[in-house]
Design a binder for this molecule. Structure first.
Ligand code: NDP
Ligand code: ZN
Length: 187
């Protein structure tokens, strides 16, 4: 496929995510529009780490779509969301998105434990997205943290994120260096 076709698919994914997350906000005091977060992942992957695989970039744009836009009251089901991602962006993109999607029917502590347990077993491309996601969230917690989080809670998140990323060692030197840089701002 040509570069133009790949670029079009990535732009479609960003547009799709912008629409899907349009009513959502991040947890910081300014209630930043949620879509800023997937766009940050695209920046980290595409610009800071020079990754140009369109499936990885589409998965980054869509990485929180199933988790945050499907399965709730008044939303489409997880199965419907998966079918849309697969039809519009391909089975590969869906596989990567699902590899970084928590099962929200499980208790939070269990979800966090499963991320540590399964990080090393997801596809390489999904690991790239996970590394960028953790880096983006550490940067957010350092610069625009959730409004009600104590220093203790911010530290706990940094430490948990580092435990997940430790399972991804050897995935991508550039992304791991960016994570380490973000971790250096631990409160
Ligand atoms: P949450 O999962 O509730 O929140 C973190 C997630 O929110 C991120 O992974 C990110 O997910 C999303 N997010 C939205 N806005 C922001 C933002 N501005 N900055 C960063 N992330 C944002 O938190 P945790 O359950 O992970 O809690 C963190 C730690 O605190 C845990 O280790 C837990 O043990 C501990 N904890 C402490 C509590 C306490 O009261 N002391 C209560 C609960 C947990 P995404 O990428 O999907 O958007
Ligand atoms: Zn995310």
């Amino acid at each position: 496929m040509t570069t133009t076709v790949h670029l079009a698919r990535v732009i479609e994914a960003i547009d799709f995510a912008a629409h899907a997350h349009r009513a959502q906000r991040r947890k910081d005091a300014e209630l930043t529009p949620y879509i800023n977060h997937p766009i940050t992942l695209l920046r980290i992957l595409g610009i800071e780490a020079c990754i140009d695989d369109p499936d990885v970039l589409c998965a980054a744009a869509l990485h929180d779509y199933i988790e945050d836009c499907c399965g709730g009251l008044g939303q489409m089901t997880v199965e419907q969301g998966k079918a849309i991602v697969s039809d519009r962006f391909g089975a590969q993109v869906l596989e990567y998105v699902m590899a970084v999607t928590d099962d929200k029917t499980l208790p939070k502590a269990e979800r966090k434990r499963m991320q540590v347990e399964y990080a090393a077993h997801i596809p390489h491309s999904a690991r790239l997205v996970k590394l960028a996601d953790k880096t983006a969230n550490l940067r957010d917690i350092a610069q625009c943290p959730p409004a009600d989080w104590s220093v203790q809670r911010r530290r706990e998140y940094f430490d948990w994120a580092a435990t997940v990323v430790a399972q991804l060692r050897g995935t991508h030197a550039g992304l791991e260096a960016l994570f380490a840089e973000a971790f250096a701002a631990r409160p």
